[in-house]
Design a protein around this ligand. Structure first.
Ligand code: CAA
Length: 396
């Protein structure tokens, strides 16, 4: 069932073929595992291998580096399909993308050959380490993790938190301060392998949702990183981090649209079967109005998502805006729609025996990670009114 890189005539045909494979895999292998993955709270290596065997981990990577050479649009549709059944499993694909993007965007040919090929095949898993305990939304201003050059090596010291898949990743793209006097322009990006001396996994978080996707602390204790693993030039790290988020936020929007779509499908089916007051509850106008609003919300978020993905494919100048709008809309829709799905199922919706409570717990993170909804609004507003900078004493 492996997907062979593009021998088909059009991207549309290739995408249709990939999505057919994904729907089948999800129905047969992922959906039946979803409740167990959540309950056990363990990274599902079987699902990771399934995705690797079916070439789902490197969809938008160039064929030259072992990828499928597909579009971002195809990639987000795949994440969405998987997230309909299992949000944790969808992160296996989305975080592979997130962790590989710094290399894709800023890597040299040699770095891409060395790492992207193994990430595309799924031999390596990836993570992206930006966040610190004092530096979440204020990613640049409060970063403390340091990288100091000593000969042919950078020595990294500091702690990153909330790192998705950090304990199962072979390769982590890490952002650290190389010049504290330069603010955002003093941050650099590094490709760090888990085998490098001084790389340690710390606390593993216990979470409300996405429980099959580990979230961990990474501790760099005089971690030795070869200078050739610097991504781009010194000081370019923050811009690389932001460019990555521009292309990875649609992946989270896709996860959110998928979760919402999955919850809506389940609730609509339930509403046709559950009888109250002598007829299916889906025939009661109160619930019909809820379902209609849920459907409209999901489709609106999906349209925004697909447009953001097209912008990624075109490297459009306004990717930042569209990625933020897609993530904002989709995250809020996922939260509202899953909450309403629980409501439609009533007491059953609150039970772990039905998937809607898991979907509701999983939805919450899409409003928080890869930039909170408040940060998305800030990013969107800045495209309208600019970024305010306090006047310097010379100009005031
Ligand atoms: N592309 C390129 N460059 C960009 C950029 C972008 N999208 N956004 C900003 N920059 C540049 C700016 O132009 C500026 O460059 P100059 O100094 O040359 O002018 C520099 O970067 C600094 O930009 P700002 O002054 O705008 O920076 P800021 O401190 O005001 O912060 C922010 C901007 C948007 C708030 C940013 O800090 C941000 O996005 N914060 C949220 C962080 C986030 O999303 N974290 C998610 C962690 S990953 C995760 O969650 C993954 C997971 O678990 C699955």
């Amino acid at each position: 069932m492996a997907i062979v890189a593009p021998t088909l005539d059009t991207h549309a045909e290739e995408e249709a073929m990939i999505l057919d494979v994904v729907r089948q895999l999800v129905a047969e292998k992922v959906e039946p595992r979803a409740a167990e993955i959540d309950e056990k709270g363990e990274f599902p290596w079987d699902v990771q291998r399934l995705f690797a065997e079916n070439d789902l981990l490197g969809i938008p990577f160039p064929a030259e580096y072992g990828g499928v050479g597909g579009s971002f649009l195809t990639y987000v549709k795949v994440v969405e399909e998987v997230a309909k059944a299992c949000a944790s499993s969808s992160l296996i694909i989305a975080v592979q993308e997130l962790g590989a993007l710094p290399i894709l965007i800023a890597g040299t040919h040699k770095q891409k050959e060395k790492y992207l090929t193994k990430l595309a095949s799924g031999e390596y898993t990836a993570a992206y380490a930006l966040t610190e305990s004092g530096s979440g939304s204020d990613a640049a201003g409060s970063m403390r993790c340091r990288a100091e050059r000593r000969g042919d090596t950078y020595v990294l010291n500091g702690t990153k938190i909330w790192i998705t898949q950090g304990n199962v990743a072979d390769v982590v793209c890490v952002f650290a301060v190389t010049d504290p006097s330069k603010g955002a322009n003093g941050i650099s990006a590094f490709i760090v392998e888990k085998t490098f001396p001084g790389f340690n996994v710390g606390k593993v978080e216990k979470k409300m949702g996405i429980r099959g996707s580990p979230t961990v602390e990474l501790v760099f204790d005089h971690c030795q990183v070869p200078a050739e693993n610097l991504l781009g030039a010194e000081g370019e790290g923050f811009k690389i981090a932001m460019k990555v988020l521009d292309k990875s936020r649609p992946g989270i929007a896709a996860q959110a649209v998928g979760i919402a779509g999955g919850a809506l499908d389940y609730a609509a089916k339930y509403a046709q079967e559950r009888i109250a007051f002598g007829k299916p509850i889906g025939q009661q106008q109160g619930l019909q109005f809820m379902l209609a609003d849920m459907k409209t919300d999901v489709e609106a978020a999906r349209l925004l998502l697909y447009e953001a993905a097209r912008k990624c494919d075109q490297n459009a100048p306004d990717i930042t805006l569209w990625a933020a709008m897609a993530k904002l809309k989709a995250g809020d829709v996922a939260m509202r729609v899953t909450t309403d799905a629980v409501q439609i199922l009533g007491g059953f919706g609150y039970s772990v025996e039905y998937p809607t409570e898991r979907m509701m717990r999983d939805a919450k993170i899409t409003q928080i990670y890869e930039g909170t909804q408040q940060i998305q609004r800030l990013v969107i507003a800045r495209t309208l009114v600019g970024r305010w900078k306090p006047p310097t004493s010379a100009s005031s």
